[in-house]
Design a protein around this ligand. Sequence first.
Ligand SMILES: Nc1ncnc2c1ncn2[C@@H]1O[C@H](COP(=O)(O)OP(=O)(O)OP(=O)(O)O)[C@@H](O)[C@H]1O
Length: 975
Amino acid sequence: MDEYEEMYGIEDDFEQQFADELEVVAELDSDDPQGGPLCPSTGRSPPRGKLSAWRIREPRSFEEALASADELLGAQSTTSTHSAPGGLQGTTGLTAEETKELEAFTGKQESLTPKPKRRRQDVAKKLQFGCTDDEWDDARVHSRWGIVTLQHSCTLDISGLVALPSPSRSIDTSQKHVLRRPPPMGDFITVTDSAGNRVYLAQKEEEDPTKAVDARALRNSHYSLGLLSVPVEVLREQVAEKHHQQLVEESQRLTNMLSRRLDGDSRVMDSAELLDDEQEAVEDGKDAASLLWVDRFSPTRYTELLSDDFTNRCLLKWLKLWDTVVFGREKPSRKTKAPQADGRLQSKEQQNSRFKSKTQMTEEILEAELDQYHRPKYKVALLSGPPGLGKTTLAHIIAKHAGYNVVEMNASDDRSAELFQKRIDMATQMKSVLGANEKPNCLVIDEIDGAPSAAINVLLATLNRKESWDTDSEASGVTALKKKKKKESVLLRPIICICNDLYVPALRQLRQQAFILNFPQTQPSRLIQRLAEISRHQGMRVETGALMALCEKTDNDIRSCINTLQFLHGRGQRQLDQRAIQSVKVGLKDQNKGLFSIWQEIFQLPRTKRKRIGNNGFSAAEVGSLSSAGDQRLQHIVHLASSSGEQEKLTNGLYDNFLSMKLKDPSLRGVCQALEWLSFSDLLNEAVMHLQNFSLARYLPFLPAAFHLLFAATSVPRISYPNSQYEAIAKMQHTKNALVALLAEVPPSIRSRVDPRCLSMDILSLLLDIICPKLRPVNPQLYSTREKQQLVELIDTMLCYSLTYRQDRTPEGQYIYLLEPNVEEAVRFPGVPPRRQLTYQAKQMIARELELERMRRAEAALLSRNLPQEENQEKETKTEATKGKVDQAGVRNHQQRLENIIKQTVTETKPEVDFFGRVIVLKEKPEVNKASGEPEKVNAELLMGRAVSNSDVWFRFNEGVSNAVRRNVYVKELL
Ligand SMILES: Nc1ncnc2c1ncn2[C@@H]1O[C@H](COP(=O)(O)OP(=O)(O)OP(=O)(O)O)[C@@H](O)[C@H]1O
């Protein structure tokens, strides 16, 4: 207070009056960063930094203000390096002497300018905590609730309202805790010194982790407002982790590079390669995070392969067989086996040779002699097996290991035969010219099962070029030039083909000419080891049980396993147990199992697996939560069925085979349920197909699951390919066609009352009985009148429905008469006694009668059509007296037709010539009845020939071949 009075010469009642309130306000508004000037009366900073000192002091005159400003400027210019207003002093780091000098200097200016504020150190000393000046300099106030650190010349302002300029934040916080008055909120501790001065230390709770969580929750509520989608802590963690990972990868890469260089087996890497690798390393560092693990951890050496050793060795051996022709190395001569002394042993071996194992056969192929061009017997190796087992990787590594430059092509992509040819030629006839060590090419054709037959034929032609060369070599010297040309095109490089399905029809021929290697499943132990390595490398802790579960889930598919691990790693899962693997939905392979294996899995119970060691990590509750074995089976079958894209065929297979399974219940309840399921599935299918309601399609895979639960047995089921549906459809189509053909010929009066459904359901069966009357096997001439009548009715009925009998020959060579159209099949039901059949003779007689009747009717129809014409002609004949008898009797049908034909025919009359080409002059010219005045008729007669025009019989001959059944017809039969 006295200092304030010194400075301004007045006493501020306001401060005294409202000291408590001001302190409380100051307490609340304690985050003035600069500290602000001290309150002159209390030695504390005023409630609000901006308002305090200058606002409350007395107003000065203009001259006073100018003078003080001048003085202040002068002082600043001299002490510009030292002076800092108020609380900033501490930051200048002045020594005690310098401070004193500064005080002396400012003391001289007192009369002109307002006094600078007293340093806080002095104010603090006034409290007299019993510390000397030096002690104050280094004093540290420790408390449970916070640390107050006083460093160097920094002073303690116990008011707690002035922010001390301090390098550490602890002072700032401590200022809030040492108060002159009890804090308005929270607990505090009272401290009284020997002089009776009392201060209050605000009590601050130690940081509670739950509070931190609360803070986070609070922040989360802010995030929900859309401020930051990911908490900042998580972001920080991610950045740190990424950084760490990059470092780990970088170090790993460098280690690999070093080990590769040091590796004795590996070839010496030239400087260019090293440079490349280093560059790669830099690039990889960038891309490492985005790289797929399957690519990053792809094996680079033979020893890193996971595939079966026998397969690896066989392929390598086969490739080595090419060494003679490709590298010019001699094939190492094989040791001939010592002749067996024991005759008995020899005979035993001979016996065994009849039953060779697959391994023996493979080895025999590999030991077979080379052909005349020093190539192995099989020019192409065919690797087959399920996807993701590392076939392509194996081909690449083995080819590289054997010293080849690998050229890969994908047969599914390059599908045209020309492109196929071009690529094969390029790969097998050209040489890599890039790089210091040029290597011969080895062609790897991936996915050959996806290639069309034309492309496979191109490959086969390439393999068999040798033959064409041989024939040429045997030919005479004329083809010698060609020979040389062809010799170059003989295949001299190895080709490795890779496929998933060895038995696609297009590969049939290639199979016979290829060295086939079936890729077995990867051994789980090896795969688990590799997966453990990868996960460890990536900082994941994965239990062995979890890895086993993963291998099982993916059918030991390397690609699927590694991809699943990467996926889980990407989701931030660093620790994996068996349950995590089982609960995750990824990792299920896009399996495309064959239909037979699916049917087999449906009708066969899975073999119970041995309980694994370390698999008992579940508590009782966990075991309870796991789905039962039945549930798992059901899920497996549902998954299997939905992954096969051929739902209809799958259902057909179930339908055709389920009755041949071993049925457990004698009451056949299972069969009834299965039939219900089938009809339900049929309805579903109909709804999906007809109504386009594809949401129902998800229920279709439950049919196989139901069949599995109903019929699965431990024994291996015998499954046949389903044909019944195809046969049924073909039969139905055939029957429909017969009915349509029948109705098409039926007269409209009947057709209007008969539709195909009514015909097949109501009429046909009875009709077939009607057309099989009892007829005596005698000549129809001998039939009684009743029998004749019956025959007439039969013929009439058959004609009405356009039925007839057609002669046919059975495969055994027997002649039979078949109903035409053969609607008999439409009403022939299996298990029903066959209906009575007419004899061959009866059918023959009926067929003949039908034919005759048809002709008669046709003629009658024609006649009836011609009748009006005839009437007209009759009228004409009456008027024309010159008309002959023929006209009076009416123009005959055949004559009319003949005349029409003649009118239409344009005949060129050529003069008759003799053998020497001279025109023959006719001696007797036909007489022209000029009197009758009918030149046209004479002409017509001339053209027709007298015999025809005057005859009642004429025939027309159509030139050409006829396959019609011929029989002799006498003219008298026609009359
Ligand atoms: N030993 C191994 N270690 C790590 N990864 C491997 C190993 N072997 C193969 N892979 C990886 O597995 C993946 C699948 O291998 P690959 O393509 O050779 O299988 P595939 O049997 O040819 O499959 P597809 O029939 O689908 O072509 C590749 O990405 C490969 O990098």
